[in-house]
Design a protein around this ligand. Sequence first.
Ligand SMILES: *[C@@H]1O[C@H](CO)[C@@H](O)[C@H](O)[C@H]1NC(C)=O
Ligand SMILES: *[C@@H]1O[C@H](CO)[C@@H](O)[C@H](O)[C@H]1NC(C)=O
Length: 637
Amino acid sequence: MARKRILLSTRSTVIVLLVIIFLHFTSLSAAESEADVLIKFKDSLKNNGALSNWDNRKPPCNGDHENWVGIFCEEGFVWGLQLQNMGLSGPIDLDSLAKLTHLRTMSFMYNNFDGPLPDLALLTGLKTVYLSHNKFSGEIPPETFAGMAGLKKLHLANNKFSGQIPTSLPDLPKLMELMLDNNEFEGEIPQFPPDRIKRFNVSHNKLVGEIPFAFSNFSASVFDGNADLCGAPLKSCTTPNKLSAGTIVPVSILVAATLVALVVVVVILHRRKQAPQGPEGAAAASASVTAPADKKALLELDKMEQGRAAPAATSRAVTPPSAPPEKTHQSKKSEPNVKITFLKEDRDKFDMSDLLRASAEVLGSGVFGSTYKAALGDGQQMVVKRFKHMNNVNREEFHEHMRRLGRLSHPNLLPIVGFYYRKEEKLLVADFVENGSLAVQLHGNRSRGRPCPNWATRLKIIKGVAKGLLYLCNELPSLTAPNGHLKSSNVLLDRSYNAVLTDYGLVPVVNQEHAQEHMICYKSPEYKQSGRITKKTDVWTLGILILEVLTGRFPSNFLQQGRSNDTDMAAWVESVIKDEASNVEVFDVNMERAKNCESEMMKLLKIGLECCQADIDSRPDIKEALEKIQEVKEEAS
Ligand SMILES: *[C@@H]1O[C@H](CO)[C@@H](O)[C@H](O)[C@H]1NC(C)=O
Ligand SMILES: *[C@@H]1O[C@H](CO)[C@@H](O)[C@H](O)[C@H]1NC(C)=O
């Protein structure tokens, strides 16, 4: 009996050991597959529908190429996660992510994560962490960041964090960006070593006390909206502020505004002179209309990214946003007549003095000139666009036309906020739009292996474009082509991917020769045939845009020197859908779609073709086109 019991217990020990060994090996092999780690991570999230292409049929990475949305690969390993604006929530399973040994950058911005900050110290290799615009809350333990010696950028803005700013942050040797604005941090700002932090924002918290010396040369606006901060750049902590706001402030604002206007223009003019030598200038030059489609989109993307400081750009070889341009005073004298005319004066948030500190970054360059971005202190980001070749009308007519455009107001139009007139060139000032241009989203994302807009988003964009066009048509009845320059790089996308048109209504002021060579309405079949554009020319440009959006192909007929055997977009689409035996996929293979939307996609494609008809009489007008487009649904009912 006793013997039997011993035998039994030896046997069970062996079994237990075997089970342990088995479990050990399975967990090891799980640790080895990044796919399994990611899928486990995904399963821990709530509302993970946006990650539907994360599955085991393909590995997440093929070398440097990403097969799954929202990840970045290098040499077969995941080095970045960019899960932004995907409606995600639930816990962030960092225990899983810690097994991704190559992970260096991680963004979960614009989601619905809540609760305390996840334990980032598990991921000691991270260089950049972006968690802004979620619902995280609670205190962050002081030692949270102690082990993260490689951390360069930490963005926690627009959450509900409270308590003290963690004291482990000043000890991080590489930390250069710290964005904590719009939270509920309280107490004093800890001391940081001077010159280490390059970007910083603690506005709209509950901080008190003296601003550490390390931040004394930052813009006062990054301390806005706190309980009781003092010291440079704010008022000194000991001397009470005796200036009478009633007299001194308006005068100084006036002086500052004038100076700012001067400096901005000088900076922009100065940059123009230098542009061709710099790398941006070189890129701009090669991104002219004659560049091959993909190359052009890529170049544009690079420039957009530099401008937007997209998280993905942080660890890749993309150069960081250019240094602030020299705020030179030298040539002020030679610009006697500088005056920016503001068309939207109802904006009380528009504080000119903030432009003084804004660095002008090059966003991109088109056939008219370059586009720059300037960030105002209150968070507004303005875009300044330079136009050469705009001397078709004299100064009075130009002012008059701009006022007319300035009065337009529609959700699908980017308003012109102000302008600057000089004989040789004009500047138009507009708001900055979050998600860049449709062109970059369609063509740039694909070449980078990033997610492209899905069918529902593309349909929404087309509906927005058509509404914007109809509005322009109604409001600018005297213009033959009220838009005149509709193309995917002139369709911007706001935070919710609504279409916002830009560069509209400019045909009358652009030099005729330049317009005929470069503006899209002059690429139409009617212009080619009869040298005239008509009221339906904008409809043709809409048709081409619809085809581009659905096929994901860049319309080569806009390119000045497209390869000679390139077929015209509409003709190509027509030939593909007519040939029933053809197995050429007409729709963009990168466009994610629900199962039963094919017929609706085909409906929109046919509307696009109708709008492209060379015969003007059989082409719908914009109102009819919009009505048809409005009938297209995300899914067949
Ligand atoms: C503050 O000045 C230091 C050098 O004195 C410089 O490195 C740093 O970039 C400046 N910061 C800002 C925001 O201008
Ligand atoms: C700082 O944060 C506030 C609030 O989010 C924002 O409005 C402002 O533009 C930011 N300033 C800078 C310089 O980033």
